[in-house]
Design a protein around this ligand. Structure first.
Ligand code: PLP
Length: 366
C-alpha cells in the first residue's frame, strides 16, 4: 500500500526570526503591516486542488499576464486567532469564513476549496507561527486567506489555474487610544453594490470600487462612507467594510436593528454573531430595511440612541456623527454608547476565553 499524498507539506522557513526580533516586530504592530514567518500556498490546476505547502513568507512571482491582475478574479477572507487563558490558541468561527469563501468563489466563477483544506491550512499556519499570537486583550493574529486567477492569459474567461494563499498578521488593538466614535458620510454619489452584482461576495473589486467614495467622505471631514442601495439611494446598506447596527430604546427595552440582507450587502460573521448574542444581553434584535429618513427622524425623536459598525478587524466601532447632503446630526452626543460597549465587551470576552462559549464558536487550534 502506498502512503496517501499529504495535502499540506510543511517546509519550515530557514530564517525564522528569533524571540527578540519577533517581539520587536510585534510591539505596536498596528493593522496589516507585519507578517509572520510562514504562509500557505495551495495551487489549483487540471481541474483539481493540488497538495499545498506551508513555507517561508515571501513574494510570489507572477507573470505580467496573470489573469487576476487584469480582470479581478480575486477573493479574500479575514478572521482571527486569539490567545486563550490556558495557553492554547483558538480561532473565532473559522468554518463561517470557509463557507463564505466558497460562496464568494461561486459568484466569481472560481472553484470551491474544500472547507477541510481551508481549516487544515489555517490550523497548520497558526500552529507553526503560534509565537506570533499576541497575548493581550484586544490583540489577535489576523488570518488572511485569498484566492486569485493565476492563468497567464489575456482572454476573458474563468481562469483554469488559481492560487490559494493564506498568511497571518499580528494585530494590535485596532484603536490604540481605546474605542473612539467615527463620523460617517452618507454617499449619494457612489454605490458599493447593486442587486445582481458582487456585493455579497468578499471580492477584491468591491474594495477597489469603494476607494473614491472613501476619499470623498474624507474630503467632507468624515472617517468612513455609508453605502446606500443602488436603485433608490434611500436605504442604508453598510459602512465602509463593516456592517451597521441601529440601537432603539423604549424605556428599558432595547432593540438592535441591522439592515436586512438584500443580496448587495456583505453578510458579516460579526453581524450574525451579534444578532445571536443580543438575546444573551437582554436585547431584542431585528433585520429589516433602514432608510436614511428613518435614521434622521428616529435620531431627532430620541428613539434611536446609538449607531455602531461591526466587522472582524475593528470588532465594534461606534458612530458618533452622521453627515449627508443637507444634514448633520450627533449620535449619543458623539460619545461611545453603552449598548455598543456592552456588545463589544461580550464579544471580546468570548473570543479571549474570558466568558463561556455556549454555541461552540471557538475552534481550538493548538
Ligand atoms: C468583511 C466585510 C464585512 C464584515 O464581515 P465580518 O465577517 O464580520 O468580518 C462587512 N462588510 C464588508 C463590505 C466586508 O468586506
Amino acid at each position: 500500500m502506498t502512503a496517501p499524498t499529504p495535502t499540506l507539506q510543511i517546509t519550515p522557513s530557514p530564517h525564522v526570526l528569533d524571540d527578540e526580533q519577533r517581539q520587536a516586530r510585534m510591539t505596536g504592530p498596528g493593522f496589516g503591516r507585519v507578517f509572520t514567518d510562514h504562509m500557505v500556498v495551495i495551487p489549483y490546476r487540471d481541474g483539481a486542488w493540488q497538495p499545498g505547502e506551508v513555507k517561508a513568507y515571501g513574494p510570489l512571482a507572477l507573470d505580467p499576464a496573470t489573469s487576476a491582475l487584469h480582470y479581478g478574479q480575486a477573493i479574500f477572507e479575514g478572521f482571527k486567532a486569539f490567545a486563550q487563558p490556558d495557553g492554547s490558541v483558538a480561532t473565532f468561527r473559522p468554518e463561517e469564513n470557509a463557507a463564505r469563501f466558497n460562496r464568494s468563489a461561486a459568484r466569481l466563477a472560481m472553484p470551491a476549496l474544500p472547507p477541510e483544506r481551508f481549516m487544515e491550512a489555517a490550523d497548520a499556519l497558526i500552529t507553526l507561527d503560534r509565537k506570533w499570537v499576541p497575548g493581550a486583550v484586544g490583540e489577535s493574529l489576523y488570518l488572511r486567506p485569498l484566492m486569485f486567477a493565476s492563468d497567464a492569459y489575456l482572454g476573458v474567461r474563468p481562469s483554469l489555474a488559481y492560487l490559494f494563499v493564506l498568511f497571518a498578521s499580528p494585530a494590535g488593538a485596532y484603536f490604540s487610544q481605546g474605542v473612539k466614535p467615527v463620523t460617517v458620510w452618507i454617499s449619494e454619489d457612489f454605490v458599493r453594490a447593486a442587486a445582481g452584482g458582487t456585493g455579497e461576495a468578499k471580492c477584491a473589486g468591491n474594495y477597489a470600487a469603494s476607494l473614491a467614495a472613501q476619499a470623498q467622505a474624507e474630503q467632507k471631514g468624515c472617517d468612513q462612507v455609508v453605502w446606500l442601495d443602488a436603485a433608490r439611494r434611500d436605504t442604508v446598506e453598510e459602512m465602509g467594510g463593516m456592517n451597521l447596527f441601529f440601537v432603539y430604546r423604549d424605556g428599558d427595552h432595547v432593540t438592535l436593528v441591522t439592515p436586512e440582507l438584500t443580496g448587495s450587502l456583505l453578510p458579516g460573521v460579526t453581524r450574525r454573531s451579534l444578532l445571536e448574542m443580543a438575546r444573551d444581553l437582554g436585547f431584542a434584535a431585528e433585520e429589516r430595511k433602514v432608510t436614511v429618513r428613518q435614521w434622521r427622524d428616529d435620531l431627532a425623536a430620541g428613539r434611536l440612541t446609538e449607531v455602531f459598525a461591526c466587522g472582524t478587524a475593528a470588532v465594534i466601532t461606534p458612530v458618533g456623527k452622521v453627515k449627508a447632503n443637507g444634514f448633520e446630526l450627533d449620535i449619543h452626543g458623539g460619545e461611545n454608547g453603552p449598548v455598543a460597549l456592552a456588545l463589544r465587551k461580550a464579544l471580546l470576552d468570548l473570543q479571549h476565553g474570558a466568558a463561556p462559549d455556549p454555541r461552540g464558536w471557538m475552534h481550538k487550534v493548538c
